[in-house]
Design a binder for this molecule. Structure first.
Ligand code: C2E
Ligand code: CA
Ligand code: CA
Ligand code: CA
Length: 278
C-alpha cells in the first residue's frame, strides 16, 4: 500500500485487480459512489518556474471506499468496462467547471482547470453536449477549461481525433496531450491536430539527473513543442534539480510534488493564499 495525505491513495491488493467477481462488486460499489458522495476531486497546481505564478490546476478524481482512498488507475478501468465512465466523467466535468467558476469569482481571473478524459468518453458522441451544459450551468467561459487526452488516445484513431478536437476547439475549449513521449506520435500527425498544450510524461521528468539519454529526449520534446507553438507542462516534478534542468531547457511550466500535491478545494485555497495568489 502506498502512503496517503489528502491527495494520496491506497493501492488495491493485486488479487482484487484480477478477480472478476471482485470487479463486479467494485463496479456496483462504484455506481453507488456516484450518488452517495464517495467520489471527489483533488486539484494539483501548475506554475511558471520563472515568475512563480499559478498557471492552472489539473482535476484528479478520487474514490473514498470503506475508509480507503482508491487510485483512479484502479477504478477508471472498471468504469470504462461497465460504461459508468460516462456518468462519472460528466460529473467530473461539471464539478471542475463549478470549481473554476468559484475561483474566478474569488478573483483568479485567468483560471484554468484541466480535466482528464478516458478513451470511451473521448469517443462518445454526447461529450460535446456534456461539456456545453457544464459550461452553461457553471457560467464558466470555455477558454478556462482544458481537456487532456493521452498521446496514445490521440494516435489510436487519427480521423476521429482530428474531428473531435476541432469540435472542442470550435467551442473554445483548450486541448492538452497528456503523457507525451509515451505514445509514438509523429510530428506530422501532431501538427495536424488543433492543440494547445503538451504534457511531458512524468517518467521522463523523473529520469532527469539520472539518465542522459532521457535528458536528450526531453530537450527534443521541448524543441518540438516550440516548433508547433504549443504550451508545455512538465509533469511529476519532484526535485529542484529537475525543475532547474527543465527551466534551462526551456520548459517553464511545471506540475508535481515540488510545487504541490493534489489537494481538496479548501486546502488548495490555502495553498493559493500561501503562494501569494488570490
Ligand atoms: P495523469 O493524468 O497522468 O495524472 C498525473 C498523475 O501523477 C496523478 O496520479 C498525480 O497525482 C500524479 N503526480 C502528480 N505529481 C506527481 C509527482 O511529483 N510525482 C509522482 N510520482 N506522481 C505525481 P493520480 O491522481 O493517481 O491519477 C492517475 C491517473 O488516473 C491519471 O494520470 C489519469 O490518467 C487518471 N485520472 C485521474 N483523474 C481522472 C478523471 O477524472 N478522469 C479520467 N478519465 N481519468 C482520470
Ligand atoms: Ca492528466
Ligand atoms: Ca500524465
Ligand atoms: Ca498517467
Amino acid at each position: 500500500a502506498k502512503a496517503s495525505g489528502s491527495g494520496g491513495f491506497q493501492y488495491f491488493r493485486p488479487e482484487m485487480e484480477t478477480n472478476a467477481s471482485d470487479r463486479l462488486v467494485l463496479g456496483s460499489a462504484l455506481s453507488n459512489a456516484l450518488s452517495d458522495g464517495g467520489l471527489f476531486l483533488v486539484y494539483q497546481p501548475q506554475a511558471d518556474l520563472d515568475t512563480g505564478r499559478l498557471r492552472g490546476v489539473e482535476a484528479l478524481l478520487r474514490w473514498r471506499h470503506q475508509g480507503e482512498t482508491i487510485s483512479p488507475d484502479r477504478f477508471i478501468p472498471i468504469a470504462e468496462k461497465t460504461g459508468l465512465i460516462h456518468a462519472i466523467g460528466a460529473w467530473v466535468i461539471r464539478e471542475s467547471c463549478r470549481a473554476a467558476a468559484r475561483w474566478k469569482a474569488e478573483g483568479w481571473h485567468d483560471v484554468r482547470v484541466s480535466v482528464n478524459l478516458s478513451p470511451r468518453q473521448f469517443h462518445d458522441r454526447g461529450l460535446l453536449a456534456t461539456i456545453r451544459s457544464a459550461l452553461n450551468e457553471s457560467g464558466l467561459q470555455a477558454g478556462h477549461l482544458e481537456i487532456e487526452i493521452t498521446e496514445s488516445m490521440a494516435m489510436s484513431n487519427p480521423a476521429h481525433t482530428a474531428s473531435a478536437l476541432a469540435e472542442l476547439r470550435a467551442l473554445g475549449v483548450l486541448v492538452a496531450i497528456d503523457d507525451f513521449g509515451t505514445g509514438h506520435s509523429s510530428l506530422a500527425a501532431l501538427g495536424t491536430y488543433p492543440l494547445d498544450t503538451l504534457k511531458i510524461d512524468l517518467s521522463f521528468t523523473q529520469a532527469i539527473g539520472t539518465d542522459p539519454r532521457v535528458e536528450i529526449i526531453v530537450r527534443t520534446i521541448i524543441a518540438m513543442a516550440k516548433t508547433l507553438s504549443l504550451n508545455l507542462v512538465a509533469e511529476g516534478v519532484e526535485t529542484q534539480e529537475q525543475a532547474d534542468f527543465l527551466s534551462g531547457a526551456g520548459c517553464r511550466t511545471i506540475q508535481g510534488y515540488l510545487l504541490g500535491h493534489p489537494m481538496e478545494e479548501a486546502e488548495f485555497g490555502q495553498w493559493r493564499r500561501g503562494h501569494g495568489e488570490l
